[in-house]
Write a protein that binds this ligand. Structure first.
Ligand code: HMG
Ligand code: MG
Length: 297
């Protein structure tokens, strides 16, 4: 049942850099995205258009979208929380936008300052405008396994929010283990519920690696037929509203595992490692990718 090819959604320039203590300069953000493009990634979340008072690290995403060297066939995605964010994203010529809801009320309140129901209402005008402009919309569900404020999450709750995002018109929904507490067992229980309301072809997974379970969780998801995987260069990331959560699975480590499994992905590992080295040096820190560390020895 394991897919023969996988699409990697690189979220480092957004999920990664949103969580840095110091805002990263535009030139560095642009160069990182260009290097990720050169490595063969075809879906790159390049920034977010949220309230800069909430996430100052993503201020200036307009400039980033303007300055990157776009390759035809590559989708540069923007995370947007509301209509204002959508307008900013489309003015910046984002190829695709991503909206984000949560399976937990507590996280929804902390992250986007509204209830789950209110968030769905806010997404309605985005979906309408996106349809008129022919812009694909991806959906995220956060806290699919646990919530920093509410603990364990009921898989039924995840299935319900996922169904609502599909009903809105999202072409794909990415299931986020925001805190990174999951194991293949809890992932499988969650997927049992979600796969009842959507086929694997329309789902993606998004694992933060806080407890070192991300690759195992990805492997479990592959076995359920899921073929779209979010990852972050050098394992950067976290969420400002999920304190203590580590970055996403490192893209380098994901690619290494896919290579071993003989699963096609289209990414050049050496170029990817170079991109990870570039940003790790800029951030003055060791890469979060074990593959990158091994390759540098
Ligand atoms: P709010 O304060 O309730 O918003 O925040 P508001 O509508 O009341 O507006 C307040 C002010 O913000 C107004 O300005 C608006 O214009 C402005 P004022 O009149 O006071 O001068 N504003 C904006 N400015 C720029 N761009 C915008 C925008 N919207 C309003 N888009 C809001 C609500 C949703 C905006 C806020 O809570 C927010 O920005 N939250 C984003 C938090 C965030 O970025 N979290 C991280 C990303 S999610 C994540 O990491 C999880 C994920 O990776 C999956 C996983 O791992 O689970 C996706
Ligand atoms: Mg995330």
């Amino acid at each position: 049942n394991i897919p023969s090819s996988v699409r990697i959604v690189e979220v480092g320039p957004r999920d990664g850099l949103q969580n840095e203590k110091q805002p990263i300069d535009i030139a560095t953000r642009v160069q990182l995205i260009n290097m990720l493009t050169a490595a063969g990634l075809n879906t790159i979340e390049a920034g977010s258009f949220v309230n800069p008072a909430w996430v100052p690290q993503m201020a200036g995403s307009e400039e980033v979208f303007k300055q990157i060297d776009r390759l035809p066939g590559v989708r540069y995605v923007a995370l947007v929380p509301n209509s204002k964010g959508f307008e900013r994203a489309t003015s910046a010529n984002a190829n695709e936008v991503a909206i984000f809801a949560a399976a937990s009320e507590g996280f929804s309140q902390k992250n986007i300052n509204c209830s789950i129901d209110e968030s769905i209402d806010r997404f309605l005008p985005i979906m309408k405008a996106a349809k008129a402009m022919d812009i694909p919309v991806r959906g995220y569900v956060s806290c699919v396994l646990s919530c920093p404020y509410e603990g364990e999450i009921d898989p039924q709750k995840v299935a319900q929010v996922t169904a609502r995002l599909f009903a809105l018109g999202c072409y794909e929904v990415s299931l986020g283990d925001t805190v990174g507490t999951g194991t293949p067992a809890s992932v499988n229980r969650m997927l049992d519920a979600v796969l009842k309301i959507a086929p694997a072809e329309r789902l993606a997974v998004h694992f933060h690696d806080t407890y070192g379970q991300a690759l195992a969780n990805i492997y479990a998801s592959l076995q359920r037929g899921i073929a779209v995987i979010d990852s972050s260069i050098a394992g950067l990331g976290g969420c400002p509203y999920a304190k203590g959560a580590a970055g996403n699975v490192a893209t380098e480590d994901l690619v290494y595992m896919l290579n071993g499994l003989g699963i096609h992905h289209g990414v050049n590992l050496n170029k990817l490692i170079a991109a990870g080295q570039f940003i790790s040096e800029k951030l003055n820190r060791q890469s979060g990718s074990k593959v990158a560390l091994a390759a540098s020895r």
